[in-house]
Design a protein around this ligand. Structure first.
Ligand code: DAT
Ligand code: MG
Length: 148
């Protein structure tokens, strides 16, 4: 089954939106397979955002992301990478529709609350990076009510 890495950024933790963000993935039907609160190091974040290292906003992004703890999660389910990003909304919250997390809870791109992997390959890389100990494997009875 497909997996994605979802992260509540420091502003989301500080604003008490961790439960709300987890809830949206849970109520969709996606399975929680990893969950942790961590204060990430510069090194971890530089690796996570390595494709953005040359962007002008990178130093600001690093400062934001190291400003407090983040909540890292792995969710599992059909189409979870693409649909996970639909649940998050657009990178720029002002372009995000109401009903999405960013559309409902934030305004500026530099404080956009959450992260979601952008492809199956990035998800595998990010899950290995944030959960080097591995994720939790289990079966859910409720999957019978979610998948045909
Ligand atoms: P996403 O988080 O939607 O996958 P991304 O991977 O392109 O977007 O960028 C990672 C983060 O970097 C994004 O969530 C917020 C920040 N960012 C992206 N573009 C930005 C910009 N133009 N100005 C400031 N921050 C930006
Ligand atoms: Mg991205």
């Amino acid at each position: 089954m497909e997996r994605t890495y979802i992260m509540v950024k420091p502003d989301g933790v500080e604003r008490g939106l961790v439960g709300e963000i987890i809830k949206r993935f849970e109520q969709k039907g996606y399975k929680l397979a990893g969950l942790k609160l961590v204060k990430p190091t510069q090194e971890l974040l530089a690796e996570h955002y390595r494709d953005l290292a040359s962007k002008p906003f990178f130093p600001g992004l690093m400062a934001y992301m190291t400003s407090g703890p983040v909540v890292g999660m792995v969710f599992e389910g059909k189409g979870v990478v693409k649909t996970g990003r639909v649940l998050l909304g657009e990178t720029n919250p002002l372009a995000s529709l109401p009903g999405t997390i960013r559309g409902d809870f934030c305004v500026d791109v530099g404080k956009n609350l959450c992260h979601g992997s952008d492809s199956v390959e990035s998800a595998e890389r990010e899950i290995a990076l944030w959960f080097p100990e591995g994720i939790v494997e289990y079966n859910r009875f409720v999957d019978q009510l979610i998948y045909e």
